[in-house]
Ligand binder design. Structure first.
Ligand SMILES: NC(=O)C1=CN([C@@H]2O[C@H](COP(=O)(O)OP(=O)(O)OC[C@H]3O[C@@H](n4cnc5c(N)ncnc54)[C@H](O)[C@@H]3O)[C@@H](O)[C@H]2O)C=CC1
Ligand SMILES: N[C@@H](CC=O)C(=O)O
Ligand code: NA
Length: 429
């Protein structure tokens, strides 16, 4: 057995506590797998007096001096979240020659290349399996197992909190704020849960996935993002009526013109495998040139599942310390253009309240035709006859997103249209 490797932990919240606990409870096995004991030399926290019995960390190991801690470690595990001071501490750790492990998708999505460059310059590992889809081994397959293949498409549910919320709304009719509080209690949500419900957590994850899948730098800012705050009971009911469920999807695609990445609420047919992803589970489908279709499923959030991914990275980085070598570096050589959503092919579900008068269907259909958008199906909903209104629910075929946006804009201006009451993208029909 080699000499102990010094491990510094930054943050002792939901995930940090679970990692710390496992470092103690499973010390002998982890040492045997690494080839050296993993010695926890300190845990950086904001308040050293706060009791954290669940972590099993001896009180003397807590410190507020994160800078000194990272300067003395072989392996630094960042589980604080947020851009700063996480970025500065990771860069300092790398500068001192430590391998770094992080679950911080917000930081990777905003500034990943800077961390990669620093890690490459010092020849140390930068690992982040927990940052996307929690426990699911997804980034290592993309970075390593599929390094000889060409990924065409990545589509999936990568945010546990919003899946938990949408699933509960669908299955029990519960209201969004109540279910969000439950997801927070269960440790799924971000410290600021608006990152979950506004889609920014999934946006950062989509940036990480697209970067790895397409060997091209894609930052969070390149990812079109719509969250779930606008999803209403009526949307969930409409989805049900047309045999669908609403899911927040991340979709990254390679096209002849470049690559795109987007996150938005999406109608998915109930027969689609993503429709049966319940609670805080995540699921991601890959389409590749050689392997064909691959599916990854598991727990995307929560203390123990996320700790599993962090510890896997920690063991791998530890092994590299013991026997030499390091994990993959940034692969961004392809430098493909990153396309805006306007140029992505999508299809829309549109709900319209129209004036119930002769010729209205033809005039509505004309607007679609004028933008080269064809209608896949149309359904007339319950009439609100006292107001002289009828409800139309249409699903389009695939078209450029900009054409669909233009179609909706023009529908809104039509005299026959009282209101465009819902617009959602559709996948898998
Ligand atoms: N909770 C989950 O299911 C998952 C979380 N993650 C990521 O893991 C990281 C940690 O998440 P959680 O444990 O859920 O968050 P958390 O909010 O429970 O824990 C973060 C801890 O870091 C501490 N902290 C923050 N800034 C600090 C500073 N400047 N100095 C010292 N301590 C500081 C906080 O006080 C808190 O105790 C985040 O990047 C999150 O995005 C990734 C996958 C799943
Ligand atoms: N808040 C995130 C945690 C894991 O990344 C989620 O809900 O998925
Ligand atoms: Na993962």
């Amino acid at each position: 057995m080699a000499k102990p490797l010094r491990v510094a932990l930054l943050g002792c919240g939901v995930v940090g506590s679970a990692v710390a606990r496992q470092l103690t409870d499973d010390a002998a096995d982890l040492a045997a797998r690494v080839g050296a004991p993993l010695e926890l030399i300190g845990v950086a926290v904001r308040d050293v007096t706060k009791p954290r019995p669940e972590s099993g960390v001896p009180p003397e190991l807590f410190t507020t001096d994160a800078e000194s801690l990272v300067s003395n470690a072989d392996l630094v595990v960042e589980l604080m979240g947020g851009l700063e001071p996480a970025r500065t501490l990771l860069l300092r750790a790398i500068e001192h020659g430590a391998a770094v492990i992080t679950a911080n998708k917000a930081l990777l999505g905003a500034d990943g290349p800077r961390l990669y460059a620093a890690a490459d310059a010092r020849n140390v590992d930068l690992s982040f399996e927990a940052s996307v889809a929690g426990a699911i081994p997804l980034l290592r397959p993309l970075r390593e197992s599929l390094a000889g293949d060409d990924v065409q498409r990545v589509m999936g549910i990568v945010n546990g909190t919003t899946n938990y919320i949408l699933d509960k709304m669908d299955r029990t009719g519960a209201a969004l704020p109540d279910v969000l509080a439950e997801a927070q209690e269960l440790g799924y949500a971000e410290a600021d849960p608006t990152a979950d419900v506004e889609g920014h957590d999934a946006q950062a994850k989509a940036a990480i996935l697209a970067s790895l899948a397409f060997h091209t730098r894609v930052s969070s800012d390149d990812v079109h993002c719509e969250g779930i705050m606008g999803i209403t009971d009526a949307d969930i009911r409409d989805a049900r009526k047309i045999g669908c469920v609403v899911k927040l999807l991340a979709i990254c695609e390679r096209t002849p013109d470049g690559v795109s990445a987007r996150v938005h609420p999406t109608l998915v047919p109930r027969s689609h495998p993503l429709a049966s992803v319940h609670d805080a589970f995540n699921a991601v489908f890959l389409e590749t040139a050689l392997a064909g279709e691959l599916m990854f499923y598991g727990k995307g959030a929560g203390a123990a599942p996320t700790a599993s991914a962090v510890l896997g990275d920690l063991v791998q980085a530890g092994r590299h310390r013991v026997v030499g070598g390091h994990g993959p570096r940034e692969s961004a050589y392809a430098e493909l253009p990153v396309l805006p959503i306007a140029r992505t092919q999508t299809s829309y579900f549109i709900r319209l309240d129209v004036l119930d008068r002769p010729g209205v269907l033809a005039r509505v259909a004309n607007v679609f035709g004028a933008h080269d958008v064809s209608i896949e199906s149309m359904r007339q909903g319950v009439r609100r006859s006292e107001e002289g209104l009828a409800i139309l629910q249409l699903v389009t075929n695939q078209a450029a997103d900009e054409s669909l946006v233009a179609t909706v804009e023009e529908l809104r201006k039509l005299d026959d249209v009282h209101e465009v009451s819902s617009v959602l993208r559709v996948e898998g029909m």
